[in-house]
Design a protein. Structure first.
Length: 169
């Protein structure tokens, strides 16, 4: 009985996490250069999400995870079947810095971790120097990846299923 419940819980967890493409490139630590082809890599497909379209839009965004801002559309990718890679070129108008990619799948969008973009013609702006004689305190911003959000959601589902299963024992 316990084994059956564990198998059912695992199956539900697998279905819950299968509702997104898992983007495996670019990753944290990757640097793309503007004007040259770079690739987006993924596992999964749109069919598992019930998406009728074979092509989905890929956008470049920046900012904190809870308030990302659109920067540019990089193109589209075909996530309907066996394809697991698409080349994208970052336009030369994008300045150097930290960015993420969002793949506009439905019902849930898929995000990459943050990665760097290098634009030799538009380097990252230098931080503004503080006015006055005392430097301003700095506080690091920690970014949470989409994978960590998926993992925490999946853990929540698993704990709920386990609690429900033990009620029936």
């Amino acid at each position: 009985m316990k084994f059956t419940i564990a198998v059912i819980a695992s199956a539900v967890l697998a279905v819950a996490s299968a509702d997104m493409l898992q983007i495996n490139n670019p990753t944290n630590g990757t640097t793309w250069t503007t004007g040259v082809p770079n690739f987006v890599g993924w596992t999964g497909n749109c069919a598992s999400m019930g998406n009728d379209s074979k092509t989905v839009k890929v956008d470049l965004v920046n900012g904190p995870p809870n308030a990302v801002r659109y920067v540019a559309t990089l193109g589209t990718l075909d996530c309907s079947g066996t394809n697991t890679r698409a080349d994208m070129t970052v336009p030369g108008t994008v300045v150097s810095g930290e960015y993420s990619i969002v793949v506009r799948t439905s019902p849930q969008q898929s995000y990459t971790n943050s990665f760097k973009i290098n634009n030799p013609a538009a380097p990252e702006p230098a931080p503004a120097s503080p006015s006055g004689s005392q430097p301003a305190p700095s506080s690091p911003i920690t970014a949470h990846s989409a994978a960590s959000h998926v993992a925490s959601g999946a853990m929540f589902v698993l704990v709920g299923l386990a609690a429900t299963a033990f009620q029936f024992l």
